[in-house]
Design a protein around this ligand. Structure first.
Ligand code: EPU
Length: 308
């Protein structure tokens, strides 16, 4: 019996991941599963883990670069885990990991629940945002996470308290896939919440190429420095290699200007990394995830780019 026995209805073979990533780049996933609820998700995760294949979790695909050859093994999409948000108690809400942040934020404004406005404009899912500790200048998601539900390798749904998670700058120690999140928010006037969200979105539109096809900021900001500024200072704004271009508006965005391949993006990434290292002695660390992780492993220089 194949490892995906019983999961055929939620399985696609050789699914092109370009369809599922905001960069519109990436080869196929050998197995692509989109379970309809948390229990099926947990079972599918356990089955995939038991099969011994590599297992990757896909949210909105807004923070990944998938290589042109695609990925072996299984990709589990949280795209259908969109239950909620619903109030569980007062200002406490629970929401499925696959819910888009934008949808969640619209709901919090309608409900008059404040606390997540710093996430306005981030184009990911709730689960992806928690996994990466997404945020911006005004804060990050960790401040509001009360509990998360994860699928464990045995197929159980387990709860982790926010306080027990190790939160870093765009990183956490969460390994297992998140299926749902509970936030503790604050009562506020709907208009105040909506205004803060609108302000955040307007600022993003002013500073970032929000309409461009991209995966957001490509590199992390080094301590006390801004990657975008460093990349601008080495003169790479607007630089184009194949279909990949460094945004004119914000130099930490690599955009797919039309027909870009992952190879184009990686060449540009290496060029940025080398230029910033040579000029400033700073090793930029990538913010986005590469699938596979060693996508740049072909050469030593590219590896350094991948690993930061
Ligand atoms: N800058 C330049 N040239 C550029 C871009 C920026 O000189 O091309 C300068 C700006 O003038 C500013 C500084 O760099 O002085 C910082 O730029 P900005 O205010 O745009 O913020 P950022 O540090 O580049 C961070 C997050 C963004 C988040 C914004 C707003 C990181 C790597 N980036 O950007 O997150 O949206 O703050 O809160 O932490 C993302 O994670 O994908 C992302 C876009």
């Amino acid at each position: 019996m194949p490892w995906y026995s019983g999961l055929e209805s939620v399985l696609r073979r050789d699914e092109p991941l370009a369809r599922w990533t905001s960069l519109r780049i990436g080869g196929p996933a050998a197995f692509f599963l989109a379970p309809p609820d948390e229990d099926v998700f947990a079972g599918a995760y356990a089955a995939a883990v038991r099969s011994g294949l590599p297992v990757r979790i896909l949210g909105a695909g807004s923070n990944i670069l998938v290589c042109d050859g695609g990925v072996q093994g299984a990709v589990l999409s949280t795209g259908r885990l969109t239950l909620g948000p619903s109030r569980t108690n007062g200002t406490t809400i629970r929401v499925g990991a696959g819910k888009r942040l934008a949808d969640l934020l619209r709901w919090t404004a309608r409900q008059g629940l404040g606390g997540l406005e710093c996430l306005a404009g981030i184009p990911g899912t709730v689960g992806g945002a928690v996994r990466m500790n997404a945020g911006g200048r005004r804060g990050s998601i960790d401040a509001r996470v009360n509990r998360i539900w994860c699928a464990d390798r045995a197929g159980n749904l387990v709860i982790r308290n926010g306080d027990d998670i190790r939160w870093g700058y765009r990183s956490t120690d969460i390994q297992d896939p998140i299926t749902a999140v509970e936030f503790v928010l604050e009562s506020d006037r709907p208009k105040s919440v909506a205004d803060r969200i609108a302000g955040e979105l307007a600022e993003r539109r002013r500073l970032q190429p929000v309409r461009a096809v991209s995966a957001g900021c490509f590199f992390k900001n080094p301590p006390r420095r801004a990657a975008g500024r460093l990349i601008e200072m080495v003169g790479l704004k607007g630089c184009r290699l194949g279909g990949a271009r460094i945004s004119e508006k914000h130099a930490n965005f690599i955009v797919n200007a039309g027909g870009a391949t992952a190879a184009d993006v990686l060449r540009l990434c290496r060029m940025v990394h080398r230029s910033v290292r040579e000029r400033f002695g700073i090793l930029l660390e990538k913010e986005i995830c590469f699938w596979p992780e060693d996508a740049l492993g072909a050469s030593e220089r590219s590896k350094r780019c991948a690993d930061g």
